[in-house]
Design a protein around this ligand. Structure first.
Ligand SMILES: [Zn+2]
Ligand SMILES: [Zn+2]
Length: 378
């Protein structure tokens, strides 16, 4: 079928919305009518060629929600009409990592995903001239429809508006997972969150739910710090105005945080997160750093029992956790609408990427199908 989709032809050129060809779902795949999609900083990394060569042409978009339109042979967990959120790691459930309880690191997903392919190693997307298009993070949901692996379409309650559910599959899974599965923040832990964009705000929401106190937000954009306070941060430190933000953090935490989360993806902010933790504390790097960039820390400080941790996609079982996260949103304990600073149509994708490049706003949600999405604007 012919669909409109946001295509990155080459990192030196803007993403363009155009008509492409989408093949029907094969066995163990699902066709989803996309309602809405969130624009994530990882999309900027793709669009700017920061993840290395060979990742284009590609249809971008990995965070979104929609309605199942058709299922391939053997798919039983969803049926046409079901509401789903995308999960960009459709774990194989049989590789070494999956069997060890680390499905976020599934080797099959990594093998095909690095080439932009679905789980059978092929693409369902192509340009009119026959050129194969890659699927952005196995999802490619900046498009009217998406064919994803069965495990990439997770059923969610119908009551949750799809324009909000769009955020579940990346920002929410990643942010809350870093807090719950990696740091395992407990009530009363001192937490610092470096970077308050779309994912950083979910880290703050997760830390607030875990009872972190103090819960300090650090950013250089006052608007984002306002959003952080609304998500439950107890303190906001504006690094554009405070010339000694680390001294402020040490004062607020009585000598350093138990956990610092870096949600920017830059060596400087990784260093800030490291410097913000106390002896025995842990810095968790959530941000996606461009390929080839190194970060440095004073290594003697390993002697003070400090740890530097990585995480990918919440470091848990994203597909299994997603329905529970949707439930939190339905109960009003997770404010998804509150982190959405812009709502636009599919054509607004390049403008949304530009805002992220400039560090403006938190999440843009692209409303692809206004009737399904239920968004207040447009
Ligand atoms: Zn993302
Ligand atoms: Zn696996």
């Amino acid at each position: 079928m012919r669909i409109k989709a946001a295509v990155l032809h080459h990192p030196s050129r803007p993403v363009t919305v155009e008509v492409v060809e989408l093949d029907p779902p094969k066995a163990a795949e699902v066709l989803v009518r996309v309602a809405a999609a969130g624009v994530c900083h990882s999309d900027v990394r793709y669009a700017d060629g920061d993840l290395g060569a060979g990742r284009w042409p590609i249809v971008l978009g990995h965070e979104g929600a929609g309605v199942v339109e058709a299922v391939g042979e053997g798919v039983t967990h969803v049926a046409p009409g079901d509401h789903v959120a995308f999960c960009f790691v459709p774990a194989c459930r049989s590789c070494r990592f999956c069997l060890a309880g680390k499905p976020n690191l599934c080797t099959e997903v990594a093998r095909h995903g690095a080439r932009g392919m679905l789980m059978d190693g092929t693409s369902r997307l192509r340009l009119d001239d026959g050129t194969t298009l890659q699927h952005g993070l196995r999802t490619a949901c900046f498009a009217e429809r998406a064919v994803v692996a069965a495990g990439g379409a997770v059923p969610i309650p119908r009551e949750l508006p799809l324009w909000q559910a769009a955020l579940l599959g990346c920002g929410v899974v990643t942010g809350l997972g870093a807090v719950r599965n990696v740091a395992r923040v407990q009530a009363g832990d001192a937490v610092v969150v470096v970077g308050c964009g779309g994912v950083g705000l979910q880290v703050i929401a997760g830390a607030r739910l875990a009872g972190a106190d103090p819960l300090i937000a650090l950013d250089r954009v006052p608007e984002k710090l306002e959003l952080a306070l609304a998500q439950g941060a107890t303190h906001a430190v504006d690094s554009s105005a405070d010339d000694k933000p680390l001294a402020t953090i040490r004062r607020l935490t009585g000598g350093g945080a138990d956990f610092a989360f870096e949600v920017v993806g830059r060596p400087e902010t990784i260093r800030i997160a490291w410097d913000a933790i106390r002896p025995g504390g842990t810095a968790v790097v959530v941000g996606l750093v461009p390929d080839g960039v190194e970060a440095s820390i004073p290594a003697i400080e390993f002697l003070s029992d400090k740890s530097l941790r990585g995480t990918y996609y919440g470091s848990g079982d994203p597909a299994a956790e997603l329905p529970g996260l949707a439930e939190l949103a339905l109960q009003g304990r997770l404010d998804l609408a509150g982190v959405i600073t812009h709502v636009d149509g599919l054509d607004g994708v390049e403008a949304a990427l530009d805002r992220l490049r400039r560090g403006e706003g938190a999440r843009t949600v692209l409303v692809v199908d206004a009737d399904l999405a239920g968004a207040p604007q447009l």
